[in-house]
Ligand binder design. Structure first.
Ligand code: NAD
Length: 696
């Protein structure tokens, strides 16, 4: 456990200007901003305050408590549920006993104060029945390590004396709320309680005092572990050494697409790789396999990570990735069988159907941890939760015997009908959810518009480009809109074989694989044939023909290894079909792209890789091509300027319309998505109509 100090960040002057609900928000955000205090989405906070009832004007006691599904670190005022305390207390009168505790959740909306639409969480009674104004419920690794130790009760007493009590494991709900109330009434001087296999409750009648108390208790646990574990090797000491950083990523890049291909039968999964020091210490240790098999303890942990991880058969001292890959199918199948057996052993008559039986967490000795989930944020957060679980196991196994949650209890939480109802309320996934796209020329006009469309439809996007400055700017814009999880960049020249291979490996490590390749990087050149130098000819061929070959080859390799099919979209050009004056090198190279796409459509079909072409024409807005020489040359060929050219192209088109990057992105989306699941070897012209480019 870390012995670092938890800093008291409470600013009394600032807090003095706040209302009680504002102080609750302040305290929650301070607590949640430090992951040593609570994990993402874990724990909740509450305050009981006097407020005027909107119906009667009378002052009534109202509980503000973190609503369902929120995160205390990032919660805003509207994240709190508000409930009448007198009604919450009245619920005790209609409680029919443990067997019926789930029905109490349905009564919580009846207690809502001020028509607040934020749903109250299952933990609401835990806060309501503690007879103190302010209550913090946190999931600090240091306290969960106590809670997950075989002798957690004795340890709690040893560390905290009478100040902090202890309650045995009980699934959160109405009954646990009553237990807490009973404990408080019987132990009026107690400041909090450790819940076995779960976490910490602390309380006070003053907001600031409650915050300080929570810090103090967690600090005490951290310090105690630091003293107990000083000088002791964690997890029985290391039995493996880590590969070097690049080799770790290389192994992950090989493993992740293969794992992804085998676990995406229900929905495409997105991967996350973590080789932080805490992870490496665990995966390299003597006790890793045995501890991992015990499963995680805190319900928060295993709801995200599944009860246990899959330990990949890999020996870093004698790395044989091919052998590991060859054995993966059997390992993954064994995990699925094991999980299905757990489901069959524990299910009740009314349990929801078996969910995805695949592992979420994959531990690789010497390499790190891979996690997979339905989207990137969930995959990352699942990994963070397993790091919490590692911290807990480190602490508990150093001072005691680490114990996971009993299997039936774990099952009853995982397949809880209330949990199932929460899942059923989730919005329908977007059309590209779980898909990974790599867009070459992703920093350009058409590339970034395509990336934006894919992100809006739920995909993760790797932007690959030769222009680092534009790449950074594009990534910044897209990240601001869609979040940092789903956008990655890689500096890549499509003509550089090694760089292309590295970019695809990067996509595999960052997102787990690849579903969509948009080959779009390009330039344009214009010159009469007599003035076309060999260098100019070669440049067009290198970037547009050879470059498209290199990225397709690498994309095919990755998609084939993954075994999930895929979609390759070439952004070629109307000029690849229709001859154009003074641009022979460009037109010929673009024609080569189109024919390459047809050849690849033939080769890819048997493994479900579709290859299609989008042909833009005259996309002036947003395109860097139309800023440089090409603009001047085209303008001089047609004896006009940029505006004149735009006008000329519009008038030249059959539909008399300008074509924009977003129009190309729509076609690139059609070919990337399942809308075109039955199309390969096709071409869509997005040129506002040009009979020279009609396909024959
Ligand atoms: P753009 O210049 O805005 O984008 C092209 C991107 O490709 C740029 O970010 C550039 O840095 C990148 N790039 C260039 N050479 C590269 C290399 N060797 N390796 C990696 N990246 C490289 O232009 P755009 O209009 O968005 O063009 C995208 C594609 O559409 C190109 O293939 C182009 O030929 C094609 N196209 C465009 C038009 C049009 O009118 N804009 C018409 C027909 C076809």
């Amino acid at each position: 456990m870390s012995g670092n100090r938890l800093e008291n960040l409470w600013d009394a002057a600032k807090a003095a200007t706040m209302s009680e609900p504002e102080k609750l928000l302040y305290r929650s955000n301070l607590l949640g901003s430090d992951k040593r205090i609570t994990n993402y989405g874990g724990g909740n906070t509450s305050a009981k305050v006097m407020q005027a009832d909107p119906l009667t004007g009378q002052m009534v006691e109202v509980m503000w408590v973190k609503g369902s599904g929120g995160d205390v670190g990032s919660i805003k005022m509207d994240g709190f549920a508000t409930l009448y305390m007198d009604k919450l207390r009245a619920l005790k009168g209609i409680y029919r006993g443990l067997e019926f505790e789930d029905e109490m959740v349905g009564f919580l909306p009846h207690c809502t104060f001020n028509l607040n639409p934020r749903a109250a969480s299952i933990d609401t009674p835990l806060h309501a029945y503690v007879p103190k104004k302010h209550v913090d419920h946190m999931h600090p690794d240091a306290v969960i390590a106590i809670a997950a130790s075989a002798d957690s009760r004795a340890m709690t007493a040893q560390i905290f004396g009478d100040a902090i009590g202890w309650l045995p494991w009980k699934r959160p709900g109405f009954e646990l709320g009553l237990w807490l109330e009973k404990f408080c009434l019987e132990n009026p001087s107690a400041k909090g309680v450790v819940l076995e296999s779960h976490g910490l409750f602390t309380w006070d009648d003053d907001a600031e005092a409650c915050y300080k108390l929570t810090l103090e208790i967690i600090q005490k646990a951290q310090d105690w572990f630091a003293a107990q574990t000083a000088g002791k090797p964690a997890f029985g000491g290391a039995v493996h050494s880590s590969l070097d950083a690049q080799a770790r990523r290389d192994v992950a890049a090989s493993l992740m697409p293969v794992i992804r291909g085998q676990i995406s039968a229900l929905q495409p999964m997105v991967g996350h790789f973590d080789d932080s020091a805490a992870v490496l210490e665990f995966v390299n240790s003597a006790n890793m396999a045995a501890l991992a098999d015990l499963g995680t303890s805190c319900p928060d942990h295993f709801l995200r990570t599944k009860i246990k991880p899959l330990v990949v058969d890999f020996t870093p001292a004698n790395p044989d990735v091919a052998a590991t890959l060859a054995g993966l199918t059997a390992q993954i199948a064994a995990y699925r069988d094991d999980y299905s057996a757990y489901y069959s052993r524990c299910k009740h008559e009314n349990s929801p159907a078996l969910r995805d039986p695949n592992a979420v967490v994959y531990l690789v000795p010497g390499v790190g941890m891979i996690t997979f989930a339905k989207d990137k944020a969930t995959a990352r957060i699942s990994g963070e939760f397993y790091v919490n679980a590692i911290n807990v196991m480190r602490g508990a196994s150093a001072v005691s015997t680490y114990v996971g949650l009993p299997e039936q209890e774990a099952f009853d939480i995982e397949y809880w009908l209330l949990e199932e109802a929460k899942l059923a309320r989730m919005p329908k996934p977007k059309s590209l959810a779980g898909r990974v796209a790599l867009v070459t020329g992703g920093a350009g006009g058409i590339g970034s518009a395509t990336a934006q469309k894919y992100l809006a439809e739920g995909a993760c996007v790797m932007l690959a480009d030769i222009d680092e400055a534009s790449l950074a700017k594009t990534a910044q814009n897209l990240t601001a809109r869609y979040g940092a999880d789903v956008v990655r960049t890689v500096h890549m020249n499509v003509t550089d074989e090694g760089a292309v291979a590295r970019a695809f490996a990067q996509a595999a490590v960052e997102f787990g694989g690849l579903d969509i390749l948009v080959s779009n990087a390009g330039i344009a050149s214009s010159a009469p044939i007599e003035d076309t130098t060999l260098a100019l000819w070669q440049k067009n061929m290198d970037i547009l023909s050879t470059g498209y070959f290199l990225v397709s080859r690498e994309g095919f390799r990755l998609m084939r290894a993954q075994g999930m099919g895929g979609s390759v979209v070439f952004i070629a050009s109307k000029n690849g079909l229709a001859a154009s004056p003074n641009a022979a090198a460009y037109c010929t190279a673009k024609a080569s792209e189109i024919h390459l796409a047809r050849c690849l459509a033939l080769e890819g079909a048997e493994v479900g890789i579709r290859v299609n072409v989008v042909n833009p024409d005259a996309v002036l807005r947003g395109s860097k091509i139309w800023e440089g020489d090409w603009l001047e040359q085209r303008a001089s060929t047609y004896k006009t300027d940029k505006e004149g050219l735009e006008e000329m192209y519009r008038n030249r088109s059959m539909l008399k319309k300008s074509v924009f990057p977003e129009d190309i992105a729509e076609a690139a989306y059609f070919f990337a998505s399942d809308l075109s699941a039955k199309s390969t070897g096709n071409i869509i012209n997005v040129d506002a109509g040009n009979k020279e480019a009609f396909t024959r």
